[in-house]
Design a protein. Sequence first.
Length: 97
Amino acid sequence: RAQHWDYKTLMLSSVFSVAPAGNGLHSFRLAEAIFFGSIPVIVDDEVTLPFCSVLDWRRFSVRIRQSKVSQLPQLLRAISPAEVARMQTRLAEVKRK
């Protein structure tokens, strides 16, 4: 029997959250990931990230090309637990601002 998850519970329990390209400058999924404390996985080749002049997105998110989506599970598993912990700490700092 499949376990039922509501969206909020799923986001709160996720280490990573995919934020695909949106219709505007960026995806609302990006803001949701940060709000719920999940490391955003930005799937877009050319997106300009919000507040990029003051935020170093590389410190608290993962960015992959659309052509690499099929490799996403392997790419995320390759990130060390220590690096994930550092990204989560930085993400929490960004969220507080």
